[in-house]
Design a protein around this ligand. Structure first.
Ligand code: GLA
Length: 394
Protein backbone atom coordinates (compact mmCIF):
# COMPACT_ATOMS: atom_id res chain seq x y z
CA UNK A 1 0.00 0.00 0.00
CA UNK A 2 2.79 2.41 0.85
CA UNK A 3 4.56 1.42 -2.36
CA UNK A 4 1.85 3.18 -4.35
CA UNK A 5 2.21 6.31 -2.26
CA UNK A 6 5.97 6.25 -2.76
CA UNK A 7 5.59 5.95 -6.51
CA UNK A 8 3.17 8.80 -6.59
CA UNK A 9 5.51 10.89 -4.38
CA UNK A 10 8.31 10.34 -6.87
CA UNK A 11 6.16 11.47 -9.78
CA UNK A 12 5.71 14.83 -8.03
CA UNK A 13 9.13 15.33 -6.49
CA UNK A 14 11.43 13.04 -8.53
CA UNK A 15 14.69 11.72 -7.08
CA UNK A 16 15.11 8.56 -5.04
CA UNK A 17 12.85 6.84 -2.56
CA UNK A 18 15.72 6.79 -0.03
CA UNK A 19 14.99 9.17 2.74
CA UNK A 20 11.20 9.16 2.33
CA UNK A 21 9.56 8.76 5.73
CA UNK A 22 5.88 8.13 6.43
CA UNK A 23 3.78 9.71 9.17
CA UNK A 24 0.13 9.41 10.13
CA UNK A 25 -2.34 11.19 12.32
CA UNK A 26 -6.06 10.51 12.79
CA UNK A 27 -9.32 12.42 12.99
CA UNK A 28 -11.38 12.09 16.16
CA UNK A 29 -14.90 11.55 17.35
CA UNK A 30 -15.96 13.23 20.56
CA UNK A 31 -18.20 10.97 22.65
CA UNK A 32 -19.36 13.72 24.99
CA UNK A 33 -18.19 17.12 26.28
CA UNK A 34 -18.89 19.59 23.51
CA UNK A 35 -17.81 23.24 23.59
CA UNK A 36 -16.30 22.63 27.00
CA UNK A 37 -12.61 22.55 26.01
CA UNK A 38 -12.13 26.30 25.56
CA UNK A 39 -13.97 26.73 28.86
CA UNK A 40 -11.26 24.77 30.66
CA UNK A 41 -13.62 21.82 31.02
CA UNK A 42 -13.78 18.10 30.33
CA UNK A 43 -13.97 16.26 27.02
CA UNK A 44 -14.10 12.58 26.11
CA UNK A 45 -12.90 12.03 22.53
CA UNK A 46 -11.35 9.02 20.81
CA UNK A 47 -8.99 9.07 17.84
CA UNK A 48 -10.36 7.39 14.74
CA UNK A 49 -8.75 4.93 12.34
CA UNK A 50 -9.47 7.39 9.49
CA UNK A 51 -6.36 9.50 9.15
CA UNK A 52 -4.00 11.69 7.16
CA UNK A 53 -0.85 10.05 5.81
CA UNK A 54 2.17 12.22 4.98
CA UNK A 55 5.20 11.15 3.00
CA UNK A 56 8.11 13.41 3.81
CA UNK A 57 11.65 13.73 2.47
CA UNK A 58 14.21 16.28 3.63
CA UNK A 59 15.84 18.81 1.28
CA UNK A 60 19.10 20.62 1.52
CA UNK A 61 17.55 24.07 1.23
CA UNK A 62 14.83 25.99 3.13
CA UNK A 63 12.10 25.20 0.62
CA UNK A 64 8.92 23.45 1.82
CA UNK A 65 6.80 21.92 -0.96
CA UNK A 66 3.34 20.46 -0.46
CA UNK A 67 1.10 18.34 -2.62
CA UNK A 68 -1.92 16.09 -1.92
CA UNK A 69 -2.98 12.92 -3.70
CA UNK A 70 -6.30 14.58 -4.60
CA UNK A 71 -4.85 17.96 -5.66
CA UNK A 72 -2.86 18.86 -8.70
CA UNK A 73 -1.50 22.24 -7.64
CA UNK A 74 1.76 22.16 -5.68
CA UNK A 75 2.34 24.75 -2.95
CA UNK A 76 5.94 25.96 -2.76
CA UNK A 77 7.01 28.07 0.18
CA UNK A 78 10.14 29.01 2.07
CA UNK A 79 10.65 28.30 5.76
CA UNK A 80 12.10 31.76 6.29
CA UNK A 81 9.11 33.68 4.98
CA UNK A 82 6.11 31.71 6.18
CA UNK A 83 4.13 34.81 7.14
CA UNK A 84 3.44 35.36 3.45
CA UNK A 85 1.33 32.22 3.18
CA UNK A 86 -1.62 32.83 5.44
CA UNK A 87 -4.23 33.07 2.71
CA UNK A 88 -3.76 29.85 0.81
CA UNK A 89 -6.90 27.84 0.16
CA UNK A 90 -4.97 24.64 0.73
CA UNK A 91 -1.65 24.46 2.52
CA UNK A 92 -2.22 27.08 5.20
CA UNK A 93 -2.73 24.47 7.95
CA UNK A 94 0.61 22.90 7.11
CA UNK A 95 2.51 26.16 6.76
CA UNK A 96 0.83 27.55 9.89
CA UNK A 97 2.13 24.56 11.82
CA UNK A 98 5.63 25.02 10.35
CA UNK A 99 5.58 28.69 11.33
CA UNK A 100 4.40 28.05 14.90
CA UNK A 101 6.92 25.21 15.34
CA UNK A 102 9.77 27.55 14.42
CA UNK A 103 8.40 30.29 16.67
CA UNK A 104 8.38 27.74 19.50
CA UNK A 105 12.07 27.03 18.85
CA UNK A 106 11.94 23.81 16.80
CA UNK A 107 14.69 23.64 14.17
CA UNK A 108 13.14 22.52 10.90
CA UNK A 109 14.66 21.68 7.54
CA UNK A 110 13.36 22.13 4.00
CA UNK A 111 11.28 19.19 2.79
CA UNK A 112 8.89 17.75 0.22
CA UNK A 113 5.58 16.57 1.64
CA UNK A 114 2.78 14.56 0.05
CA UNK A 115 -0.60 14.23 1.81
CA UNK A 116 -3.26 11.58 1.55
CA UNK A 117 -6.31 12.67 3.57
CA UNK A 118 -8.83 10.04 4.55
CA UNK A 119 -10.78 12.01 7.15
CA UNK A 120 -13.77 13.53 5.34
CA UNK A 121 -13.07 17.25 5.06
CA UNK A 122 -15.27 19.63 7.03
CA UNK A 123 -17.17 16.73 8.58
CA UNK A 124 -16.68 17.63 12.22
CA UNK A 125 -14.26 14.70 12.59
CA UNK A 126 -11.22 16.97 12.80
CA UNK A 127 -9.73 16.54 9.39
CA UNK A 128 -7.81 19.73 10.11
CA UNK A 129 -6.26 18.44 13.35
CA UNK A 130 -5.26 15.26 11.49
CA UNK A 131 -3.41 17.35 8.90
CA UNK A 132 -1.87 19.61 11.54
CA UNK A 133 -0.56 16.83 13.77
CA UNK A 134 0.66 14.70 10.86
CA UNK A 135 2.53 17.78 9.63
CA UNK A 136 3.92 18.63 13.04
CA UNK A 137 5.25 15.16 13.74
CA UNK A 138 6.75 14.89 10.24
CA UNK A 139 8.44 18.30 10.39
CA UNK A 140 9.87 17.74 13.86
CA UNK A 141 11.10 14.22 13.08
CA UNK A 142 12.79 15.39 9.87
CA UNK A 143 14.20 18.52 11.49
CA UNK A 144 15.60 16.56 14.44
CA UNK A 145 17.36 14.05 12.17
CA UNK A 146 18.70 16.80 9.93
CA UNK A 147 20.12 18.79 12.84
CA UNK A 148 21.33 15.70 14.73
CA UNK A 149 18.91 16.22 17.63
CA UNK A 150 18.01 13.04 19.54
CA UNK A 151 14.87 13.12 21.68
CA UNK A 152 11.43 11.65 22.05
CA UNK A 153 8.92 13.97 20.41
CA UNK A 154 6.66 15.68 22.94
CA UNK A 155 3.24 15.06 21.38
CA UNK A 156 1.35 17.24 23.86
CA UNK A 157 3.59 20.15 22.91
CA UNK A 158 2.83 19.49 19.23
CA UNK A 159 -0.90 19.54 20.02
CA UNK A 160 -0.55 22.97 21.65
CA UNK A 161 1.45 24.29 18.71
CA UNK A 162 -1.08 22.97 16.19
CA UNK A 163 -3.84 24.69 18.15
CA UNK A 164 -1.88 27.95 17.90
CA UNK A 165 -1.59 27.50 14.14
CA UNK A 166 -5.36 27.14 13.95
CA UNK A 167 -5.79 30.35 15.99
CA UNK A 168 -3.25 32.41 14.10
CA UNK A 169 -3.46 31.05 10.57
CA UNK A 170 -7.03 29.89 10.24
CA UNK A 171 -8.56 32.39 12.65
CA UNK A 172 -10.57 29.85 14.62
CA UNK A 173 -10.14 30.22 18.36
CA UNK A 174 -10.56 26.48 18.90
CA UNK A 175 -9.90 24.60 22.11
CA UNK A 176 -7.29 21.86 22.49
CA UNK A 177 -9.50 18.77 22.14
CA UNK A 178 -9.02 17.94 18.47
CA UNK A 179 -5.27 18.38 18.31
CA UNK A 180 -4.83 16.55 21.60
CA UNK A 181 -6.94 13.58 20.48
CA UNK A 182 -5.17 13.40 17.13
CA UNK A 183 -1.74 13.54 18.79
CA UNK A 184 -2.38 11.31 21.79
CA UNK A 185 -5.05 8.81 20.68
CA UNK A 186 -4.62 5.12 21.52
CA UNK A 187 -6.15 2.09 19.87
CA UNK A 188 -9.36 0.99 21.64
CA UNK A 189 -9.18 3.88 24.12
CA UNK A 190 -11.14 7.05 24.71
CA UNK A 191 -9.36 10.02 26.30
CA UNK A 192 -10.84 11.66 29.38
CA UNK A 193 -9.12 15.02 29.20
CA UNK A 194 -9.18 17.91 31.63
CA UNK A 195 -8.61 20.90 29.35
CA UNK A 196 -7.61 23.22 32.19
CA UNK A 197 -4.33 21.51 33.02
CA UNK A 198 -4.17 18.89 30.24
CA UNK A 199 -4.17 15.93 32.59
CA UNK A 200 -5.76 12.91 30.99
CA UNK A 201 -6.78 9.33 31.54
CA UNK A 202 -7.12 6.62 28.89
CA UNK A 203 -10.41 4.76 29.31
CA UNK A 204 -10.93 1.44 27.48
CA UNK A 205 -13.63 1.93 24.88
CA UNK A 206 -15.36 -1.34 25.57
CA UNK A 207 -19.04 -1.36 24.69
CA UNK A 208 -20.11 -4.98 24.85
CA UNK A 209 -22.67 -5.79 22.18
CA UNK A 210 -22.75 -2.19 20.92
CA UNK A 211 -21.08 -0.16 18.19
CA UNK A 212 -20.47 3.52 17.76
CA UNK A 213 -21.89 4.60 14.43
CA UNK A 214 -21.02 7.97 12.93
CA UNK A 215 -23.49 9.57 10.55
CA UNK A 216 -22.36 12.41 8.31
CA UNK A 217 -24.91 15.06 7.33
CA UNK A 218 -22.71 15.79 4.31
CA UNK A 219 -23.19 19.43 5.09
CA UNK A 220 -19.75 20.95 5.31
CA UNK A 221 -19.12 22.84 8.45
CA UNK A 222 -16.81 25.73 8.03
CA UNK A 223 -15.27 26.29 11.45
CA UNK A 224 -14.12 29.63 10.15
CA UNK A 225 -17.72 30.67 10.20
CA UNK A 226 -18.14 33.37 12.79
CA UNK A 227 -20.42 31.24 14.93
CA UNK A 228 -17.72 29.27 16.68
CA UNK A 229 -15.81 32.34 17.82
CA UNK A 230 -19.11 33.97 18.73
CA UNK A 231 -19.97 31.12 21.12
CA UNK A 232 -16.56 31.35 22.66
CA UNK A 233 -16.93 35.06 23.36
CA UNK A 234 -20.44 34.52 24.75
CA UNK A 235 -18.91 32.13 27.28
CA UNK A 236 -16.29 34.73 28.19
CA UNK A 237 -19.02 37.32 28.73
CA UNK A 238 -20.93 34.88 30.93
CA UNK A 239 -17.85 34.27 33.06
CA UNK A 240 -17.23 38.02 33.32
CA UNK A 241 -20.69 38.56 34.77
CA UNK A 242 -20.13 35.88 37.41
CA UNK A 243 -16.65 37.10 38.33
CA UNK A 244 -17.65 39.42 41.14
CA UNK A 245 -19.09 36.39 42.92
CA UNK A 246 -16.33 33.99 41.91
CA UNK A 247 -13.24 36.19 41.64
CA UNK A 248 -10.94 33.17 41.35
CA UNK A 249 -12.78 31.52 38.48
CA UNK A 250 -10.56 31.55 35.42
CA UNK A 251 -12.85 29.45 33.23
CA UNK A 252 -16.56 28.58 33.18
CA UNK A 253 -15.36 25.14 34.22
CA UNK A 254 -14.84 26.61 37.69
CA UNK A 255 -18.60 27.19 38.05
CA UNK A 256 -20.46 24.14 39.40
CA UNK A 257 -24.06 23.27 38.68
CA UNK A 258 -24.98 24.38 42.22
CA UNK A 259 -23.15 27.71 41.77
CA UNK A 260 -24.98 28.24 38.52
CA UNK A 261 -28.39 27.46 40.00
CA UNK A 262 -27.77 29.89 42.86
CA UNK A 263 -26.36 32.77 40.84
CA UNK A 264 -27.71 32.44 37.31
CA UNK A 265 -29.72 35.67 37.67
CA UNK A 266 -26.42 37.57 37.76
CA UNK A 267 -26.18 36.88 34.03
CA UNK A 268 -28.51 39.50 32.64
CA UNK A 269 -28.66 38.35 29.02
CA UNK A 270 -30.84 35.31 28.47
CA UNK A 271 -28.85 33.98 25.52
CA UNK A 272 -25.63 34.12 27.50
CA UNK A 273 -27.31 32.42 30.46
CA UNK A 274 -28.28 29.56 28.14
CA UNK A 275 -24.74 29.19 26.83
CA UNK A 276 -23.36 29.09 30.37
CA UNK A 277 -26.00 26.55 31.43
CA UNK A 278 -24.92 24.25 28.60
CA UNK A 279 -21.26 24.38 29.57
CA UNK A 280 -21.88 23.90 33.29
CA UNK A 281 -24.15 20.87 32.84
CA UNK A 282 -22.09 19.42 30.00
CA UNK A 283 -19.01 19.26 32.20
CA UNK A 284 -20.99 17.34 34.78
CA UNK A 285 -22.30 14.99 32.09
CA UNK A 286 -18.77 14.14 30.95
CA UNK A 287 -17.73 13.09 34.45
CA UNK A 288 -20.86 10.93 34.78
CA UNK A 289 -20.40 9.44 31.31
CA UNK A 290 -16.83 8.37 32.03
CA UNK A 291 -17.99 6.67 35.23
CA UNK A 292 -20.87 5.00 33.39
CA UNK A 293 -18.54 3.63 30.70
CA UNK A 294 -16.05 2.34 33.26
CA UNK A 295 -18.86 0.51 35.07
CA UNK A 296 -20.36 -0.81 31.85
CA UNK A 297 -23.59 1.16 32.33
CA UNK A 298 -24.17 1.77 28.66
CA UNK A 299 -27.80 2.81 29.02
CA UNK A 300 -26.78 5.65 31.28
CA UNK A 301 -24.00 6.56 28.87
CA UNK A 302 -26.57 6.74 26.07
CA UNK A 303 -28.93 8.91 28.11
CA UNK A 304 -26.09 11.34 28.77
CA UNK A 305 -25.33 11.46 25.04
CA UNK A 306 -28.97 12.32 24.39
CA UNK A 307 -29.00 15.02 27.05
CA UNK A 308 -25.82 16.49 25.58
CA UNK A 309 -27.36 16.77 22.13
CA UNK A 310 -30.57 18.30 23.46
CA UNK A 311 -28.55 20.91 25.32
CA UNK A 312 -26.47 21.71 22.22
CA UNK A 313 -29.72 22.11 20.29
CA UNK A 314 -31.74 24.14 22.80
CA UNK A 315 -29.19 26.00 24.92
CA UNK A 316 -26.01 26.27 22.86
CA UNK A 317 -27.88 26.39 19.55
CA UNK A 318 -25.25 24.80 17.33
CA UNK A 319 -27.15 21.89 15.77
CA UNK A 320 -29.41 22.74 12.82
CA UNK A 321 -32.01 20.75 10.94
CA UNK A 322 -29.62 18.18 9.42
CA UNK A 323 -28.00 17.12 12.69
CA UNK A 324 -31.34 17.20 14.51
CA UNK A 325 -32.95 15.03 11.85
CA UNK A 326 -30.20 12.41 12.09
CA UNK A 327 -30.48 12.32 15.86
CA UNK A 328 -34.26 12.23 15.88
CA UNK A 329 -34.35 9.36 13.40
CA UNK A 330 -31.57 7.48 15.19
CA UNK A 331 -33.45 7.55 18.45
CA UNK A 332 -36.45 5.90 16.79
CA UNK A 333 -34.47 2.76 15.98
CA UNK A 334 -34.76 -0.02 18.54
CA UNK A 335 -31.45 -0.84 20.19
CA UNK A 336 -30.11 2.73 19.99
CA UNK A 337 -29.03 3.83 23.46
CA UNK A 338 -28.05 7.39 22.58
CA UNK A 339 -27.36 9.75 19.70
CA UNK A 340 -25.77 13.18 19.54
CA UNK A 341 -23.90 15.61 17.32
CA UNK A 342 -20.12 15.49 17.64
CA UNK A 343 -17.61 18.31 17.11
CA UNK A 344 -18.41 21.98 16.69
CA UNK A 345 -21.88 21.54 15.16
CA UNK A 346 -23.48 23.57 12.36
CA UNK A 347 -23.42 20.50 10.09
CA UNK A 348 -20.86 17.72 10.35
CA UNK A 349 -21.55 14.39 12.06
CA UNK A 350 -23.53 12.62 14.76
CA UNK A 351 -22.40 9.66 16.84
CA UNK A 352 -24.83 7.00 18.02
CA UNK A 353 -24.53 4.03 20.34
CA UNK A 354 -26.23 1.19 18.46
CA UNK A 355 -26.81 -2.45 19.40
CA UNK A 356 -24.61 -4.60 17.17
CA UNK A 357 -27.43 -6.58 15.58
CA UNK A 358 -29.26 -3.34 14.73
CA UNK A 359 -26.45 -1.52 12.96
CA UNK A 360 -27.53 -2.47 9.45
CA UNK A 361 -31.14 -1.58 10.13
CA UNK A 362 -29.97 1.69 11.71
CA UNK A 363 -28.03 2.68 8.60
CA UNK A 364 -30.91 1.81 6.29
CA UNK A 365 -33.68 3.46 8.29
CA UNK A 366 -31.86 6.59 9.33
CA UNK A 367 -30.36 6.97 5.85
CA UNK A 368 -33.75 6.72 4.18
CA UNK A 369 -35.52 9.05 6.58
CA UNK A 370 -32.70 11.59 6.34
CA UNK A 371 -32.83 11.65 2.57
CA UNK A 372 -36.60 12.09 2.66
CA UNK A 373 -36.46 15.11 4.98
CA UNK A 374 -33.22 16.75 3.80
CA UNK A 375 -33.07 15.76 0.15
CA UNK A 376 -29.58 14.27 -0.01
CA UNK A 377 -27.83 11.21 1.42
CA UNK A 378 -26.04 10.88 4.72
CA UNK A 379 -22.90 8.70 4.99
CA UNK A 380 -22.26 6.21 7.78
CA UNK A 381 -19.07 4.89 9.37
CA UNK A 382 -18.73 2.26 12.05
CA UNK A 383 -16.10 3.55 14.41
CA UNK A 384 -13.14 2.08 16.15
CA UNK A 385 -10.65 3.99 18.25
CA UNK A 386 -7.23 4.19 16.60
CA UNK A 387 -3.71 5.38 17.42
CA UNK A 388 -2.58 9.01 17.46
CA UNK A 389 0.14 10.81 15.45
CA UNK A 390 3.19 8.64 14.74
CA UNK A 391 5.83 7.57 12.26
CA UNK A 392 5.16 4.40 10.30
CA UNK A 393 8.19 2.19 9.97
CA UNK A 394 7.70 0.42 6.67
C1 GLA B 1 -14.21 22.06 17.38
C2 GLA B 1 -13.00 22.66 18.06
C3 GLA B 1 -12.77 22.01 19.42
C4 GLA B 1 -14.04 21.99 20.26
C5 GLA B 1 -15.23 21.48 19.45
C6 GLA B 1 -16.53 21.62 20.19
O1 GLA B 1 -14.00 20.73 17.04
O2 GLA B 1 -11.84 22.52 17.28
O3 GLA B 1 -11.73 22.67 20.09
O4 GLA B 1 -14.30 23.25 20.79
O5 GLA B 1 -15.35 22.15 18.22
O6 GLA B 1 -16.53 20.81 21.32
Amino acid sequence: MYQEFIESFLTYFEGQSDGIRIFKSPGRVNLIGEHTDYNGGFVFPAALTMDTTVLARPRNDRQINLIATDLKQMVRANLDELDKWKHLRWGNYQLGVADELQKAGYKLCGCDLMYDDKVPLGSGLSSSAAIEIATAVALVALGDSYHGIKREIDMVDLAKIAQKAEHNYIGVKCGIMDQFASAMGKKNMAIFLDCRDLTWEMVPLVMKGYKLVIANTNIKRSLGSEKYNERRSECEKGLEQLRHIFPDASYLRDISVDDFLTYQEEISDETIRKRVAHVVYENERVIKAVEALKKDRLEEFGELMNASHDSLRDLYEVTGVELDTLVEQARKVEGVLGSRMTGAGFGGCTVSLVREDKVQEFIERVGKAYNKVIGHDASFYITEAGDGGREIIY
